[in-house]
Ligand binder design. Structure first.
Ligand code: HGY
Ligand code: MN
Ligand code: MN
Length: 414
C-alpha cells in the first residue's frame, strides 16, 4: 500500500473531534462553529503539504498542487465535511481525508505530472441546514444562482445567503466565479457506500457507474384547528389524518421487490400548533424520492399527486407541495471508470461496479467534467447514524486506488 493507514486514521479521528454532539454520532452542520474549526484544521493540513488554498463564495475550499503545466486543467478529488444530525464519522470525511492522503503521498515522494491536482471540500452537501442537498457543489457547478442562495432558508427562516455572510463568506462573488470557472480535467470522489452491498459480498471496493436522481418534496396539508375533546369526528378537517393517509399510500405505491431501485422516504414531519389537545391546523412533511431512472421518480410523484387529491376530497383539507431540492440521474464517465477498473485489477483488489443510492457532490460535477467515484464498504450497510463504520484497511485500499486513478488521469508516473 502506498497510502499510510495510520495517518489516514489519525486525521479521520482528528476531524471527527469537531462535533456538536460528542457521544451521539457526529453533528457538524456547514457554517457552524464545529465546521469553522474543522475548516481551520484542514486548511492547516493542506498548507503543511504545500498546497495553495482558496475559498469560494459559498465556502467551498480548494487546495492546489501544481503540475508541470500550470495551464493544464486540474484533476480534482474531494467530498464534504458537513454531516446530518447525529451522523456518522465516515460520510464525506473519508473522501476528504483520503484526498489529503493522496496529495500527502505525492508530496512525500515528490511526484508530479502535467496536470495540477486539487482537493475540493464542498459546503452544505447534506442539506442539514436548508433541506437542499449538495448546495455547495450546485453553486460551484452553476446549478444554483445568487438568487437561489437568497431563497433557500433554514427552519428559522434564515436564507443561505445571510448565513454565508454571517460566517464571513462572500456570496455576492458567486456570479463572477461561475462565469470565470476554469476547465477541469476530471473529478474523482471516494465515499463510503452507505448501503450494504460491498459488505455483504465481502468486497473492498465499488466502482460507481451511476448516481441516483433525487427529488425532495415538501407536502403541506392545511385543515382546521379545533378542540380535541369538544369537536365531534364528523365535523373535523384534520390534516394529521389526511397526512397519514398520504404517507401510507406512498408506501403502498412502492415496490418491495429486492431488485427495486425506486425509494421514497418521509423523514421529517411537523404539525402545528403541535399540542395534544388541539386538532392540528397544518401538517408539513418531506418526501425524498430517488431512482437510477428518472421515470421511477416521475411515477412516484404522480402517485403523490393522485393521493393528495383524494385526501383533499375525503378530509376536506387543502394540500399543496413544493420542491425543496432535486438532482438528475448521473451516469459516470467511462474514461474514469476504465482507469479505475484497470488500476484495481492491476492491484488485484476485489471490486464490483455498482450504482449509488445516495447522492454526492460528484453528481453535480458531472455536468462540468469526467467524473468517477470509488466506494468503500459500510459495515452492515449503516450510514447517517452514529454506528456508521468502515474498516481502515478498506479505506486505505480506497485511498490507494484513488492515488492510482488520480496519477493515471494527471499524467503522474508512480
Ligand atoms: O442524501 C444523500 O444521499 C447524501 O447523503 N447527502
Ligand atoms: Mn456524503
Ligand atoms: Mn450523507
Amino acid at each position: 500500500m502506498d497510502c499510510d493507514s495510520e495517518r489516514i486514521k489519525r486525521r479521520l479521528d482528528e476531524l471527527s473531534g469537531f462535533n456538536a454532539t460528542p457521544g451521539c454520532g457526529i453533528t457538524r452542520f456547514s457554517y457552524s462553529r464545529e465546521d469553522r474549526e474543522a475548516r481551520i484544521y484542514l486548511i492547516e493540513q493542506m498548507e503543511a503539504i504545500g498546497l495553495s488554498v482558496s475559498i469560494d463564495a459559498v465556502g467551498n475550499i480548494r487546495g492546489r498542487m501544481e503540475g508541470t503545466d500550470p495551464q493544464a486543467p486540474p484533476v480534482i478529488t474531494g467530498s464534504h465535511i458537513d454531516t446530518v444530525f447525529h451522523g456518522g464519522k465516515y460520510d464525506g470525511a473519508v473522501g476528504v481525508i483520503c484526498a489529503l492522503e493522496v496529495l500527502s503521498v505525492l508530496k512525500d515522494k515528490s511526484l508530479s505530472g502535467k496536470h495540477p491536482v486539487e482537493i475540493m471540500i464542498f459546503s452544505e452537501e447534506e442539506g442539514s441546514n436548508f433541506d437542499s442537498t449538495m448546495a455547495g457543489s450546485k453553486a460551484f457547478a452553476g446549478k444554483y444562482t445568487l438568487e437561489d442562495l437568497k431563497k433557500i432558508r433554514n427552519r428559522d427562516g434564515m436564507a443561505m445567503y445571510t448565513m454565508l455572510k454571517d460566517a464571513g463568506f462572500h456570496p455576492d462573488n458567486l456570479p463572477a466565479e461561475q462565469d470565470g470557472r476554469a476547465p477541469i480535467k476530471a473529478f474523482i470522489e471516494l465515499h463510503v457506500e452507505q448501503g450494504g452491498v460491498l459488505d455483504a459480498e465481502n468486497r473492498s471496493i465499488g466502482i460507481v457507474k451511476g448516481i441516483n436522481g433525487s427529488r425532495c418534496l415538501e407536502i403541506i396539508v392545511k385543515g382546521e384547528a379545533n378542540h380535541a375533546g369538544a369537536t365531534p369526528m364528523y365535523l373535523r378537517r384534520d390534516p394529521m389524518v389526511a397526512a397519514a393517509m398520504i404517507i401510507s399510500e406512498i408506501d403502498q405505491a412502492m415496490s418491495k421487490d429486492t431488485d427495486a431501485t425506486t425509494v421514497a422516504t418521509v423523514g421529517k414531519i411537523h404539525a402545528s400548533p403541535g399540542i395534544s389537545n388541539c386538532i392540528a391546523e397544518e401538517v408539513r412533511f418531506t418526501v425524498d424520492v430517488r431512482d437510477i431512472v428518472e421515470s421511477g421518480i416521475e411515477r412516484v410523484c404522480r402517485a403523490i399527486d393522485t393521493t393528495t387529491a383524494r385526501a383533499e376530497e375525503q378530509y376536506g383539507v387543502k394540500v399543496s407541495q413544493g420542491i425543496l431540492a432535486e438532482s438528475d440521474v448521473v451516469t459516470l464517465s467511462d474514461t474514469v471508470i476504465s482507469v479505475l477498473k484497470e488500476k484495481a485489477e492491476t492491484r488485484g483488489v476485489s471490486y464490483r461496479c455498482m450504482n449509488s443510492g445516495a447522492v454526492h457532490d460528484a453528481a453535480m460535477l458531472g455536468s462540468l467534467t469526467d467524473v468517477g467515484m470509488i466506494f468503500v464498504p459500510s459495515i452492515r450497510g449503516k450510514s447517517h447514524v452514529p454506528e456508521e463504520d468502515t474498516r481502515i484497511e478498506d479505506i486505505t485500499y480506497g485511498a490507494d486506488l484513488l492515488l492510482e486513478g488520480i496519477c493515471g488521469l494527471a499524467g503522474i508516473e508512480i
